[in-house]
Design a protein around this ligand. Sequence first.
Ligand code: ATP
Length: 452
Amino acid sequence: MPDTVTMDKIVSLARRRGFVFPSSEIYGGLGSAYDYGHYGVLLKENVKARWLEAMVRERDDIVALDSSIILHPRVWEVSGHVEGFHDPLVDCRFCKRRYRADHLDQLECGAKPSKHPGETESCDLTEPRQFNLMFQTRIGALEETGLDAYLRPETAQGIFINFKNVAQIARRKPPFGIAQIGKAFRNEITPGNFIFRTLEFEQMEMEFFVPPADAEEWLRYWIEERLNWYLRLGIRESHLRVRPHEADELSHYSSATSDIEYLFPIGWSELEGIAHRGDYDLGAHTEGSGTKLEWVDSEAGERYTPHVVEPAAGVNRSMLAFMVDAYDEEVVADRERTVLRLHPQIAPVKVAVLPLIPRNEDISGKARALYEELRRAVVAEYDDSGQIGRRYRRQDEIGTPYAFTIDEQTLEDDTITIRDRDSLAQERVPISGARAFLLDKLAEEWKTPKAD
Ligand code: ATP
């Protein structure tokens, strides 16, 4: 079946089921800010957990860090962000809108949405001007004595300025990495496309410090490794690609970058960037701070500034890709259903416990007991409201991989029905083995049943 997903369908599902709400809605909303509801939080937490697992827990060459959002303002001068963290913008003198000059082919004209800005006769675009993306704030109570500061536009700088602290106590020598997940803020002028591009978002960044001669090889390694992470978590191979940056797209700190792109409903777009940052950042902060950020091995008589390879991913954008890739519609027994075929390890809820006849106290008692047992191991839900078909559909829409149903037969032989979200196959297993069944299933490798 062809892919039926559109951004509108994702936005509507996200809202209907409480994944994501427009922020400040009762005040008319704030463009490009979103609030995450219960299932959105669980999904986002799962994305972050899988990243930390792959980056830190399953390896012994990467350690974790959580640095401040507001850093010393000098950090951003020295890093080049004050000078160079810009987007080129154009204004339309006719419709009075502002657009990113490098995204015109993806944007709608303000006066004629079926066209791109600049394509109609009345469009009158200015020359591109550079606009700094950092949000400014002020530290201190008094306007006169306060210090101008920035909300970090990336988590990476917090890692570079801690290089010495971490290298000293982590007892690791290059190649080794420092990983961080945290909020970043960008004053994006042409946001939109739901949570793809927002003013604040979470990044998952890892700076991998390597001997300079090995940097190219590590760049290739991390591109492969990160691509495989998305594939392992069920994203279809046909919807992922690696795109090396052209020389004129490179950030001010990078000598080579490749993007992992996903085929979103808006077209191929960046999901994650993997950059060769060279010794740009450690070198700049050494010069700017006077603290030598280098690797010293006194036994081997070695001293050098490591080069850095950085995989930088977005939590929210990954979450959107997982939802888009999982979204499916099908007709089963003449009824349409919408289902999120999420990898079970990403799915917000792992199992739903459903008493078939909630008014029957024996049935609901057994269902409650099973739910209490399961929720100690995984995120589980108990649902006794409405017809069973509606309860199944609700779980399908939030991507719950398994539903355990307790019915009259359970009272006779202590078995329950297990319903598989994707195949809709039902099997009966003893209630005593339900927990083990679930945990085994969740640990299995998983491949999406969606066609490529
Ligand atoms: P873009 O070209 O889309 O603006 P970028 O190249 O500036 O992105 P990076 O600086 O490489 O992005 O940031 C790493 C990751 O952080 C991106 O791949 C993306 O997943 C995420 N990201 C960046 N900006 C935003 C944003 N405004 N909203 C949501 N996620 C973002």
